[in-house]
Design a protein around this ligand. Structure first.
Ligand code: BLA
Length: 244
């Protein structure tokens, strides 16, 4: 379902940046589960370049049961740019959840005006993909923008409109990266380092995928995947404390 999306993402990245592989901890880059109705394969890729500190994307292929593309791009801390977040989930032909956003590190007006407002024109192009759905796991006011794509839709729309919107959002992100002024003051840079860490901590604790990973690949693998790869700057909750 998301193969063409991944191909486009890769092309787009490789054409613009001098990418270097960023290691994925042993055992986390690829795994197959036979627990479900269909075998599930999870595969991840990770890169870095001077402009982008961490580029990761993950696909889950469980045949007709689940098709998923999840990705986060973390800019270098010299750039206060939002993170680029993608979460495309298809469970069978009927349930397709699409989320794509420039994930703001801060919510103050000046920041939003500079880095989030330019998204509005794009969201306006895809009204059917901006459905104002309620968030149950995450807080819509933290690390999300109001111009995100957030929709439940059908498989045909995913192949057509969502693919076009995905390319548009990605292009705007590259444009923004091209025009952003790098920070030079070390305190400003440290503030971005901290904000990106806070994002990892928040996301690791809230991620609704942990149940899905556990059911396919077991609890232990799931925790490693979350804390050693997806959100590696997050610190696991103290052992024995209750999750959420
Ligand atoms: C491989 C990793 C990974 C997977 C497979 C994943 C899956 C995942 N994301 C979900 C929701 C969601 N996912 C997001 C958004 C994001 N989520 C993100 O990881 C990013 C980067 C964004 C930003 C665009 C949102 C907004 C929801 C709805 C959650 C809610 O209702 O609060 C759900 C719940 C779907 C449901 O309601 O049935 C799952 C299982 N999340 C992951 O991190």
């Amino acid at each position: 379902m998301y193969t063409t999306f991944i191909q486009h993402l890769e092309q787009s990245l490789f054409q613009r940046f001098n990418l270097q592989s960023r290691p994925i901890p042993t055992g986390l880059e690829y795994k197959v589960s036979d627990r479900g109705r269909n075998p599930a394969t999870i595969r991840s890729w990770c890169y870095q370049c001077p402009e982008l500190r961490k580029i990761r994307y993950t696909s889950i292929d469980a045949g007709a049961s689940a098709q998923i593309l999840n990705s986060v791009i973390y800019p270098s801390p010299h750039y206060e740019l939002p993170l680029l977040g993608i979460d495309f989930l298809s469970f069978g032909q009927v349930k397709n959840l699409i989320v794509m956003d420039f994930q703001p590190l801060f919510q103050n007006e000046a920041y939003l005006a500079k880095y989030i407002y330019p998204l509005k024109a794009l969201q306006d192009k895809y009204p059917e993909l901006a459905q104002d759905l309620e968030m149950k796991f995450y807080d819509a006011n933290q690390y999300f923008s109001k111009y995100l794509l957030f929709a439940k839709t059908d498989a045909e729309t995913v192949r057509t409109r969502v693919f076009t919107a995905f390319k548009d959002y990605l292009n705007l992100y590259w444009q923004m990266l091209d025009s952003v002024e790098p920070l030079t003051n070390s305190e400003d840079i440290q503030r971005i380092v901290k904000a990106q860490k806070d994002y990892d901590q928040y996301s690791a604790e809230r991620d609704p995928a942990s149940g899905l990973f556990s059911s396919y690949f077991g609890h232990e693998w799931s925790e490693r995947f979350l804390y050693e790869f997806l959100f590696e700057d997050a610190v696991p909750l103290a052992a024995g404390s209750v999750k959420k």
